[in-house]
Design a protein around this ligand. Structure first.
Ligand code: SAM
Ligand code: SF4
Length: 339
C-alpha cells in the first residue's frame, strides 16, 4: 500500500498543526467571545462524537500532522474528554509530536491530575485579569478563585511550562500588563499577550484593539529593552506558533506576544481548524470550510477522507481577509472555531 501523501496546500505550505474544537458549549461567557444570552448553539446531533474526531485526527497524523491542540468552547465541559486525550496522546507513537489544550481552567482543579495521567503535557490557560471583579466583568463568571486554584493544581501536577494567554482590551485590562509580566519573574510561566480579534461582539472592537507593539513598549518602559527573542516566528518547520518570546533579565518564565492582527503570518501558516460539527476550516479569518461529518457518518473510506483533506488544502487562502470580515461583521464567534 502506498504511503499517504503529506498535507500540502496549493501555495506549497505544509500543514502540520490542527486545532480541534470538541464542543461549542462553555461554562463562561467572555464578552469578546460570545453574547450573554441567545447564543446560536450547534445542534447537539451535529457535534462529532469522540470516535468521529479520532478518525479525522488519526488520518491526519498518518498524513504527517505533528501537532494537535484541543480547544472549544470549553473542552473540559465535554464528558469523556480525559479518555479522548489518552487516545489521542497514544498517537505520539505514530508520529504525533505535540498535544496541547486551551482551557479557561474553571474545571481544572480536579481535572489537571487526570489529564496529566492521560498523557497531556502542554496546557494554555486563558486568563484576562488578576482582579476577581474584573475577571467577572470580562468572563461573566464569578469564579476567579476556582481558575486560580486550577492554575496552581496544573503547576503542581507537572504541567510545565504553563502558558497563560491574556487577550488585551484597551481601557479594560491593559493596566494589568505589568502585573502579568511580573508573574514570569519567579515562576516558570509563559505569559502570552494576544491581540483582540474582531469576532463575536464587533461593536467595540476598534476602540478596544491594542497592537502588540504598544504593549511591548509599555513593558520596555518598565523593565528595559526586551532583547532576547527566544523562538522563531513559527512556520512550517517545527510546531511553534506565531509568537515572539522574551525573558526578563533574571526572570524564570517567558513573556510572549501574538500579533494575530498587526502582523499576520499567512505566508508560513501551517494550521487548519476542525470545528465541533466536523468542518475543516483552513483559515481562521475566512468562513470557507469543508464538512467531514456526512462522509464520516456513512463510514467513508480513508481515500474519501483524504479527498476531503485535499479539498480543504486546495481552498486554503493565500492570505486572510480580516479587514473585510471586520467591516462586514461576518466572522463566526471563537466558540465555533476554537480560537
Ligand atoms: N474556552 C477555552 C479558553 O477560553 O481558553 C478555549 C476556547 S477559546 C475560544 C480559545 C482562545 O480564544 C482563548 O484564549 C480566548 O481568549 C481566545 N479568544 C476568544 N475570542 C477572542 C477574540 N475576540 N480575540 C482574541 N482572542 C479570543
Ligand atoms: Fe468560553 Fe473560552 Fe469563549 Fe471565554 S473564550 S466564552 S472561556 S470559549
Amino acid at each position: 500500500m502506498s504511503q499517504p501523501l503529506p498535507l500540502v496546500d496549493s501555495f506549497n505550505r505544509t500543514v502540520n498543526y490542527m486545532r480541534v474544537s470538541v464542543t461549542d458549549r462553555c461554562n463562561l461567557r467572555c464578552t469578546y467571545c460570545m453574547p450573554a444570552y441567545g447564543v446560536n448553539w450547534m445542534q447537539q446531533d451535529t457535534i462529532l462524537s469522540f470516535d468521529e474526531f479520532y478518525r479525522i485526527i488519526e488520518r491526519a497524523v498518518a498524513r504527517g500532522l505533528k501537532k494537535i491542540r484541543i480547544t472549544g468552547g470549553e473542552p473540559l465541559v465535554r464528558s469523556g474528554i480525559v479518555d479522548f486525550i489518552a487516545k489521542v496522546a497514544a498517537l505520539k507513537e505514530r508520529g504525533l509530536k505535540d498535544l496541547a489544550m486551551t482551557t479557561n481552567a474553571v474545571l481544572l482543579k480536579t481535572m489537571a491530575g487526570p489529564l496529566y495521567k492521560a498523557g497531556l503535557r502542554r496546557m494554555n490557560i486563558s486568563l484576562d485579569s488578576l482582579n476577581p471583579k474584573r475577571f467577572e466583568e470580562v468572563t461573566r463568571g464569578n469564579c476567579f478563585r476556582k481558575v486560580w486554584e486550577g492554575i496552581e493544581e496544573a503547576e503542581r501536577v507537572g504541567f510545565s511550562p504553563l502558558k497563560i494567554n491574556m487577550v488585551l482590551q484597551k481601557g479594560c485590562n491593559d493596566d494589568e500588563v505589568i502585573d502579568f509580566v511580573k508573574m514570569t519573574l519567579n515562576r516558570d510561566i509563559h505569559v502570552r499577550f494576544i491581540e483582540y480579534m474582531p469576532c463575536g461582539d464587533y461593536d467595540d472592537w476598534k476602540s478596544k484593539y491594542m497592537p502588540m507593539d504598544d504593549v511591548m513598549k509599555r513593558i520596555e518602559a518598565e523593565f528595559g529593552k526586551l532583547e532576547t527573542n527566544l523562538e522563531d516566528k513559527g512556520g512550517n518547520e517545527g510546531t511553534s506558533g506565531p509568537a515572539y518570546n522574551f525573558k526578563l533579565p533574571g526572570g524564570k518564565g517567558v513573556v510572549g506576544f501574538i500579533h494575530a492582527i498587526s502582523e499576520h503570518f499567512c505566508d508560513t501558516c501551517n494550521r487548519v481548524r476542525l470545528t465541533a460539527d466536523g468542518s475543516l476550516r483552513p483559515c481562521l479569518f475566512s468562513d470557507i470550510e469543508v464538512n467531514f461529518r456526512e462522509a464520516l457518518r456513512r463510514n467513508c473510506s480513508d481515500e474519501e477522507l483524504d479527498d476531503l483533506f485535499d479539498q480543504s488544502l486546495q481552498i486554503k487562502p493565500e492570505g486572510h481577509m480580516l479587514e473585510q470580515f471586520a467591516e462586514e461583521k461576518t466572522l463566526k464567534s471563537m466558540i465555533s472555531i476554537g480560537g
